[in-house]
Unconditional design. Structure first.
Length: 291
C-alpha cells in the first residue's frame, strides 16, 4: 500500500464510480480496479460493492475512508513543513523541456519561481519530444515538460496544458481561401512536418490513415521556423502550432486552424515509482498542479 493507492481509493469514494474516477486519474478502469482489488486483498476486507450504477462503500470501506483521509492529511502536513523550508534551502532544479513549450509558456513562469526562491538554481534544457523522456529516464533532469502521448508504465504523468495544431500555407495556394482546413484537404499535398523525434509526426500520420490516406511528407525538420519558411517559399504546407505562428515574419502566408480536434498536449513527467524532490513538488505546486 502506498500514498498513490490511497488517493486512488479516495477518488473512487468521491466519484462513486470506478470508471469516473479512472477518467479523473487518467487511468484505465481496469488499472484502477486492480489497485482497489490489491488494497482489499492487503487489508483483508471488501471496500466496495460494485453495482450497475457505480461503486458503493461497504461498512469497512467507510471506516477505511476515514482512516485514509486522516493519513493523507497528516502526510500533506508533513510535506508543507518541508515546503516552508524551501525558502532557505539551496538546491538545483533541473527541467527538461520539449521544444516549443517554453516559447508557448513564456520564460516568466520560470523567472517568477526563481524570484520566489532565489536560493534555488533552476536549470532548463530543451530537447526534442522523445529526448525529454530519455533525459528523465536517465536522471539527467528532475522533471520533464513533455508532449503526449507518454508511456504511463514508465512515467508518472500530470496533464498540464495544450495548444492547437494548425497549418501555414502560402497565400497563392488554392486552399488558402478556406477558413479552416480538414485533414482530408491535405490528401494530395506536400507536407512539411517536424521529424520523427516529435510526437506530432506519428500523430499526424495516424490521423491521416484514419481518414483513409497516406500523407506525402515533403520535408522533415527539427525547427518549426524552417517549416514556416518553406511554406513562405511555397514548397508545401507546414504543420505547426498556433503559439509558434505568432512569430512568423512573412506576410505572404496564412495560418488556418484544423476542423478536426488536433491538439498539442503537454504534461509534466517524472520517473515512475520514484518520489519527487521537495523542490520539484514546490515547482509543480507553483504551476498549479497536484502531485
Amino acid at each position: 500500500m502506498n500514498t498513490k493507492d490511497l488517493l486512488c481509493f479516495l477518488e473512487v469514494c468521491q466519484e462513486g464510480s470506478i470508471s469516473k474516477a479512472a477518467q479523473k486519474l487518467y487511468m484505465t478502469p481496469q488499472g484502477l480496479s486492480k489497485i482497489i482489488k490489491n488494497l482489499e486483498d492487503e487489508i483483508g476486507v471488501t471496500l466496495f460493492i460494485r453495482t450497475s450504477s457505480g461503486a458503493n462503500l461497504t461498512f469497512y470501506g467507510k471506516e477505511f475512508e476515514k482512516s485514509a483521509n486522516e493519513l493523507i492529511e497528516r502526510l500533506e502536513s508533513i510535506k508543507n513543513i518541508f515546503s516552508r523550508e524551501l525558502d532557505n534551502r539551496h538546491g538545483i532544479l533541473k527541467i527538461g523541456c520539449a521544444l516549443g513549450i517554453i516559447s508557448a509558456l513564456s520564460l516568466d513562469y520560470f523567472f517568477r519561481f526563481n524570484e520566489n526562491y532565489p536560493n534555488i538554481n533552476v536549470q532548463i534544457s530543451e530537447y526534442t519530444d522523445l529526448d525529454v523522456e530519455e533525459s528523465v529516464l536517465n536522471a539527467d533532469v528532475d522533471i520533464g515538460l513533455a508532449v503526449e502521448p507518454v508511456d504511463r508504465t514508465k512515467f508518472h504523468v500530470i496533464p498540464f496544458s495544450y495548444g492547437e495544431h494548425c497549418v501555414v500555407i502560402h497565400k497563392s495556394h488554392p486552399l488558402a481561401v478556406k477558413k479552416s482546413i480538414s485533414l482530408l484537404d491535405l490528401k494530395d499535398e506536400k507536407i512539411i512536418l517536424e521529424s520523427k523525434k516529435f510526437k506530432v509526426y506519428l500523430k499526424f500520420i495516424n490521423y491521416c490513415k484514419v481518414m483513409g490516406f497516406e500523407p506525402s511528407i515533403y520535408f522533415e525538420t527539427t525547427e518549426i521556423s524552417l517549416a514556416h519558411k518553406l511554406a513562405h517559399l511555397n514548397k508545401g504546407i507546414a504543420i505547426s502550432v498556433v503559439s509558434a505562428t505568432e512569430d512568423i515574419i512573412y506576410d505572404d502566408v496564412v495560418v488556418l486552424p484544423f476542423e478536426e480536434k488536433f491538439l498539442w498536449e503537454w504534461c509534466v513527467i517524472s520517473k515512475i515509482n520514484e518520489s519527487l524532490t521537495p523542490i520539484s513538488r514546490e515547482f509543480l505546486k507553483y504551476l498549479g498542479l497536484r502531485t
